[in-house]
Design a protein around this ligand. Structure first.
Ligand code: G6D
Length: 319
């Protein structure tokens, strides 16, 4: 139907998603760069697949079966988004495919034992599929030869105004989530689960992104006057995440089989150069990173994403 999605095999990065507004103007709705060099030296993870473990891990350390592991400390003393050698910095092998009503790309990569400090050789497959129902589906699969961690996501920043004409503060987000993880001063989950009821974190009936920018809530202020929080998702995944830009009429529905979604409102987008010609600035794009709960490995009461030898990691998100 005229929708275009472009991606590169560096980090399985989605570089553009071109969709129409209410008047049929086809424009780009994700943040990205014009050149490979900008992606290579970039630190915002625009459009990239994230792994082995999305989010932060406290002290970059964890135990598996009593064996201590130390990951790369690439964010203060903590580990963020797979470290310096995360999946976003890897040249994946890509092969495109096309059937009568679908087109896509299958990316493969084997992460060697010890990469960024993680145990196990992990063989990975990430598939992007666009179909004639205007749906982009991302399928993630992984297998390991030794117990390890695997918690992947895609880090696209969405801005439905079209070609970044406006920021996202007037976008409306609906999120079927009753609770979120409290963050500490270093933006790592404390393990405490907070109820959204009566707070600026309640997106159950829709709320403008700007709520976070104006909120006096300690967690919004901590996140740089916005959001950077894991929200726990229920078992009814139907239409559970819905983003809308009333001015352009564009909407984005996200459904996932994952336990959580990290909603990051782009509060740190102040120094990432020009983004398709637009100077980077706060709130220019928002991320909805469907994934397991960050740092769950250090909080036994949270659903874990430990991958056992000879088990299959699989995750699906549909946009
Ligand atoms: C900041 O805290 C945020 C992360 O959630 C985000 O993924 C990253 O910027 C790009 O570190």
């Amino acid at each position: 139907n005229g929708i275009e999605i472009s991606c590169i095999n560096y980090g399985c990065t989605i570089t553009k998603i071109i969709v129409p507004d209410r008047n049929g103007n086809y424009e780009n709705i994700v943040l990205g760069y014009e050149t490979f060099e900008e992606y290579e030296k970039g630190t915002a993870y625009f459009g990239a697949v994230i792994g082995r473990a999305a989010g932060r891990i406290k002290g970059a350390a964890f135990d598996l079966d009593g064996i201590p592991y130390q990951l790369q400390q690439n964010n203060n003393r903590n580990h963020l988004h797979g470290g310096f050698e995360g999946f976003h910095k890897v040249l994946w092998t890509a092969e495109s495919f096309e059937t009568d009503n679908k087109a896509g790309v299958k990316f493969t990569y084997t992460s060697p034992n010890g990469e960024a400090g993680y145990p196990g050789n992990v063989s990975l497959v990430v598939t992007y599929t666009l179909d004639n129902f205007d749906e982009l589906t991302i399928d993630y699969h992984g297998q390991t030869d030794q117990k390890t961690l695997l918690n992947m996501t895609n880090h696209s920043y969405f801005n439905l105004s079209g070609n970044l004409k406006r920021d996202t503060l007037k976008h409306s987000l609906t999120l079927k989530s009753n609770s979120f993880l409290e963050l500490d001063q270093e933006l790592v989950p404390t393990g405490t689960i907070q109820d959204v009821e009566g707070t600026d974190f309640d997106f159950r009936i829709g709320r403008l992104i700007q709520s976070g920018a104006e909120s006096g809530h300690q967690q919004c202020i901590l996140a740089g006057k916005g959001y950077d929080h894991p929200f726990l998702l229920g078992v009814n995944h139907d239409q559970e995440i819905f983003l809308e830009d009333p001015e352009s009429g564009r909407t984005l529905t996200i459904e996932t089989d994952e336990a959580a979604v990290v909603f990051y409102s782009g509060t740190q987008l102040t120094s990432h150069g020009e983004i398709y010609g637009v100077p980077s600035r706060k709130y220019l794009g928002i991320c909805l990173e469907t994934q397991g709960l960050p740092d769950a490995v250090n909080h036994p009461h949270l659903p874990s994403w430990i991958l056992d030898k000879d088990k299959e990691y699989s995750s699906k998100t549909k946009y």
